[in-house]
Design a protein around this ligand. Structure first.
Ligand code: ITT
Length: 204
């Protein structure tokens, strides 16, 4: 089975491909499906933004599409940057943005370093059906910027039960515990139940 990921983020595409491949689902990007566009993510939640991206891709391709809206929630930033994770970085790059988050958290020595990555997945079908899932990984903001794997905020996020940042994990290790891994494995289960209900017809 093949499904379109409504994303322009090559790192996400790689991770989602690796998560879903063992479950028999091949992921292609909206660009590979022949459309290049950026949906306006003006929702108030991760779930709303994921839905906006998936719907826009369904309208452009006429095929079922899945989208991921994700980000980092930092307790010392009242849950920010949250849905603004990408915009908070802007053009300055993730190394500088990560350092800014560390400065904010370090400003209160002994304060709350808690944080989490959240990922909302929305799959939309041309007929109007939808599947929604969410995955979370709890952790904390590290004291150092470290690691070469992953992307975005991984170098400053230390998952619960680990000593080092998410960027020190290989893709395979990250996918086992990550917000995205959890959300897309749950999506794969719901998709398979949905297809059984539809009588096993090929929908993707
Ligand atoms: P698309 O909307 O095209 O999918 P995007 O990068 O803009 O790509 P989001 O709107 O979901 O995606 O923004 C999520 C941002 O949150 C992303 O750019 C990263 O900076 C950060 N983020 C999400 N998942 C992450 C992960 O697994 N590791 C590190 N940072 C992550």
């Amino acid at each position: 089975m093949q499904i379109i990921l409504a994303s322009n983020n090559a790192d996400k595409l790689r991770e989602v491909g690796e998560i879903l491949a063992p479950l028999g689902i091949e992921v292609i990007s909206q660009a590979q499906a022949g459309c290049r566009f950026e949906a306006v993510e003006d929702g108030a939640t991760f779930a709303e933004n994921a839905r906006i991206k998936a719907r826009a891709a369904v309208e452009a391709t006429g095929r079922p599409c899945v989208a991921d809206d994700s980000g980092l929630e930092v307790n010392a930033m009242d849950g920010g940057p949250g849905i603004y994770s990408s915009r908070f970085c802007g053009d300055r790059g993730y190394r500088e943005t990560c350092r800014e988050i560390m400065r904010i958290v370090d400003a209160d020595p002994g304060g709350d370093r808690g944080a989490r990555f959240r990922c909302a997945v929305a799959c939309c079908f041309p007929g109007g059906d939808k599947i929604d899932c969410e995955g979370v990984v709890e952790g904390s903001i590290g004291h150092v910027y470290e690691g070469e794997h992953g992307f975005g905020y991984d170098p400053i996020f230390v998952p619960e039960g680990f000593e080092r940042s998410m960027a020190c994990l290989t893709d395979e290790e990250k996918n086992k515990i990550s917000h995205r891994g959890r959300a897309f494995r749950s999506f794969a289960e719901k998709l398979s139940a949905y297809m059984e209900n539809k009588g096993g017809e090929t929908i993707c």
